[in-house]
Structure formats: structure tokens, C-alpha cells
Design a protein. Structure first.
Length: 77
């Protein structure tokens, strides 16, 4: 009886240790996934902002060119 109780206690300790290690691994994986998602979101927002900036620069250049030629046509014509 004593040996079986000692074996039971030892098995319980081992299982508790494995459970703690498993929880720690799961927590680290969750932190890593969170970090990866945050980096990916940041990159995605960066690409969107860059595209918006490029589009606004091109639109500004087109508008300035059109206004410049319209003004030149009014002055000449």
C-alpha cells in the first residue's frame, strides 16, 4: 500500500510538472503568434499608407499639371 501510494504521489508530481511545462509552452506560443500578427498588421498598414502616399503624390502632380496648362491657355488665348 505504501509503495503504491508513493508511486501515485510521484506520478502526480510528474504530471503536475508536465502540466506546468505544457502551460508555459502554450503561453509562449500564444505570445509568439500575437507578436507575428502584430508585425504582419504593421506591415499591411505600412503598405497601405505607402500606396495612399504614392497615389496622393501622383494625383497632386496631375492636378497641378492640368491647372498649369489651363492657366497658360487662358494667358495665351
Amino acid at each position: 500500500m505504501r509503495q503504491s501510494l508513493a508511486e501515485f504521489e510521484e506520478a502526480f508530481r510528474e504530471e503536475a510538472a508536465e502540466s506546468i511545462a505544457r502551460r508555459e509552452r502554450l503561453r509562449r506560443r500564444a505570445v509568439q503568434r500575437s507578436r507575428v500578427r502584430r508585425v504582419e498588421r504593421s506591415r499591411k498598414q505600412g503598405r497601405f499608407r505607402f500606396a495612399l502616399l504614392a497615389l496622393s503624390i501622383v494625383a497632386t502632380a496631375v492636378i497641378v499639371t492640368i491647372v498649369m496648362f489651363e492657366t497658360l491657355a487662358m494667358l495665351v488665348g
